[in-house]
Design a protein around this ligand. Structure first.
Ligand SMILES: [Zn+2]
Length: 161
């Protein structure tokens, strides 16, 4: 894509850099060596996340195996990974949609019962992934929390960095 005309303004030639990005909302994931195509003319940035399904699977399985309790953003990520709406997830877990929104709320969180959390982890390890994830969930910057998952794209998919 480097050297191509900018698809937004049609004036600049895209320049490619490999950068470090936070990934997801409310999950501790950092992607390294991610190709970012930038237009020097209008400043448009085109982020290329390769093998997105494999990426989500790696993140989801890492969360499913994680020690400690799942946090609101992690519960939301796993629900989305499984392809559930809040309503369908509530149905699958045998709780009300209000309970699901409290599980996923940073402001007024309600911790999942340990059995519910175990069920979510088991469902995740069974894999029913969805194919898309909003690019608005890709954040700028390198400030990763210590111990956060760092992943880099490879020819075969994704590997830990
Ligand atoms: Zn442009």
């Amino acid at each position: 894509m480097s050297g191509n005309l900018c698809p937004i303004c049609g004036k600049g030639r895209l320049e490619t850099k490999h950068e470090v990005r936070r990934y997801g909302r409310g999950i501790d994931v950092t992607l390294v060596n991610v190709p970012v195509h930038r237009c020097p003319s209008c400043g448009e940035e085109i982020l290329v996340i390769p093998a997105i399904e494999a990426l989500h699977k790696l993140i989801a399985h890492d969360l499913a195996h994680s020690r400690g309790r799942l946090r609101p953003g992690e519960i939301r990520f796993l629900r989305t990974y499984l392809g559930y709406s809040s309503t369908d997830f509530a149905h699958a877990m045998g709780v009300t949609p209000e309970t699901v929104s409290r599980w996923e709320s940073k402001q007024a969180p309600q911790q999942m019962a340990p059995t519910a959390e175990r069920l979510l982890r088991l469902m995740t390890l069974q894999d029913k992934p969805i194919k898309s994830y909003g690019l608005e969930d890709v954040g700028a910057g390198e400030q990763a929390a210590p111990g956060s998952l760092r992943l880099r794209p490879t020819a075969a998919g994704w590997a830990t960095a």
